[in-house]
Ligand binder design. Structure first.
Ligand SMILES: C[S@@+](CC[C@H](N)C(=O)[O-])C[C@H]1O[C@@H](n2cnc3c(N)ncnc32)[C@H](O)[C@@H]1O
Length: 208
C-alpha cells in the first residue's frame, strides 16, 4: 500500500503542495533574512524538505506525535497538543492535512500555533455532505493506512472553518481554493474534486 501510494500520488502531492506553500510564503513579504517555519504533523517531512529547497534561506523544524525512529535532524516528537517552543519563535506554522486527523484538538492546536508563529498556513479538506465525506475517508484510508494514521469521522465545512478562525481571532489573508491535487490522474481528479482541497493563510496578530 505504501509503495503504491508513494509511486502514484505522494511525490506529485509533495511537489505541488510545497510549491503552493512557497508561493503563499513569498506573498507575505517576510523581511527576515532567514525564514523560520514549523511543520506541525509533518509525517515523513517530505513537504518541509521540498519547501526548504525552494525557500533557500530558512530554518525549519518538524514535529509530530511519533518517536524519532530515523534520527531525523530537524525532527522532534511532541504530545500532539502543547507545542514545545516559545512565543513567536517561528515566522510560519504549517498544518498540512493534519487538523482533520485530530478534530477534538483543532482549537488547542491552532491556539498553540498562534502563540508560536506570526502566520499559519493550513492545507486541509472541505466536506459538503455525505458523498464528499465518504470520498475523503476512502482517500485518507488509501493515503494513510500503511502509516498507521487514524481515519477521521468528519472534515471541516466552510462555515465551521470561518467560525473557527473568527473565534480564535485569526485573520485569513489568502485562500487558495479549489485546488486540483491530481492533475496527472483523470479518475482521481474527477472523484476527489478540487473543491475538497484548500490552503488558507492566516495572520496571528491580535484581530479580536
Ligand atoms: C495525512 S498525514 C500528513 C503528513 C504531512 N503533514 C503531509 O502533508 O504530508 C497527518 C499527520 O498528522 C499527524 N497528527 C495527527 N494528530 C496530530 C496532532 N494532534 N498533532 C500533530 N500531528 C498530528 C499524524 O501523525 C500524521 O503524520
Amino acid at each position: 500500500m505504501i509503495h503504491f501510494h508513494q509511486k502514484f500520488s505522494h511525490n506529485n502531492r509533495v511537489e505541488l503542495l510545497s510549491r503552493l506553500f512557497h508561493d503563499g510564503i513569498s506573498s507575505l513579504n517576510i523581511e527576515e533574512k532567514e525564514i523560520r517555519f514549523l511543520d506541525i504533523g509533518c509525517g515523513d517531512m517530505s513537504i518541509s524538505k521540498s519547501l526548504a529547497v525552494k525557500i533557500k534561506d530558512c530554518h525549519y523544524t518538524c514535529i509530530d506525535i511519533y518517536p524519532n525512529r530515523n534520527n531525523w535532524v530537524n525532527y522532534q516528537q511532541f504530545d500532539g497538543n502543547t507545542i514545545p517552543f516559545g512565543d513567536k519563535t517561528y515566522d510560519i506554522a504549517i498544518f498540512s492535512d493534519v487538523l482533520h486527523h485530530d478534530f477534538s484538538n483543532i482549537e488547542s492546536l491552532l491556539t498553540e500555533a498562534r502563540r508560536v508563529a506570526k502566520y499559519i498556513i493550513i492545507k486541509d479538506h472541505f466536506e459538503y455532505g455525505f458523498f464528499s465525506r465518504k470520498v475523503l475517508q476512502i482517500a485518507d484510508f488509501i493515503g494513510n493506512y500503511g502509516y498507521g494514521v487514524s481515519i477521521p469521522n468528519r472534515y471541516l465545512s466552510q462555515d465551521y472553518y470561518k467560525d473557527l478562525i473568527d473565534k480564535l481571532g485569526l485573520l485569513e489573508l489568502n485562500r487558495t481554493w479549489p485546488i486540483n491535487l491530481y492533475p496527472n490522474s483523470l479518475i482521481a481528479g474527477v472523484i476527489i474534486k478540487k473543491e475538497f482541497q484548500f490552503i488558507s493563510i492566516l495572520s496571528t496578530e491580535n484581530h479580536t
